[in-house]
Design a protein. Sequence first.
Length: 268
Amino acid sequence: GGFQKKGHSARILSPEEAERLAKDQVLVSEFKQLKLEKEAQKNWDLFYKRNSTNFFKDRHWTTREFQELKACREFADQKLTILEAGCGVGNCLFPLLEEDLNIFAYACDFSPRAVEFVKKNALYSTERCNVFQCDLTKDDLLENIPADSVDVVTLIFVLSAIHPDKMHLVLKNIYKVLKPGKCVLFRDYGLYDHAMLRFKSGSKLGENFYVRQDGTRSYFFTEEFLSQLFQAEGYEQVVNEYVQRETVNRKEDLCVPRVFLQSKFQKP
């Protein structure tokens, strides 16, 4: 069981949660922070080595949550060109290609190992998909994708893994390949999500920014921060709201509060 609501108000913490977060102010040392930044690609590669293609479930909710994948067409069978920025092993990509035969997808990921997994997938076809390794903060997308050629960019649970100081570089990079009038569809971790509250002391890198035990990092977005980030790079905000879900585990009588930010930003 559980419920879901969308809106502009952030989740309200319980007094215990607020106290625990207030206490946890010690930041990871600058030396370790620099090491994590330097080894970010290696840490994600090791993540995929350990988990192969089994960690994330296939995301069959994408077309349900993002009606734009259908709505951005001018006629029913119009061929769409999409970019999945940060495709992982294809959990979002392959359900989309299966559901919609009129999509050509560019897909890229930071991890060379993840890209190899995509290429080995039985559904991978170079006629419908072009996957490549890319560090979105510094590798120019124009080397693989023509300027102003993409109808939709999906940025799903990707930006949170990038240092907040470099997030604007990703948005600048994507802007170049997106057609004017078209959108970036965004979904990622929101402030006070259950995952944020579970970090142990000694995991904090900065405001709303944490490191997991495997060295991968996660940022938790506020609506304001995301809005400023996109608008500073020239995008217009269409939708930007929290999705709050309470997942109830009846057996253990646990309520797990999940908070995501789901948004749509348009290139004018």
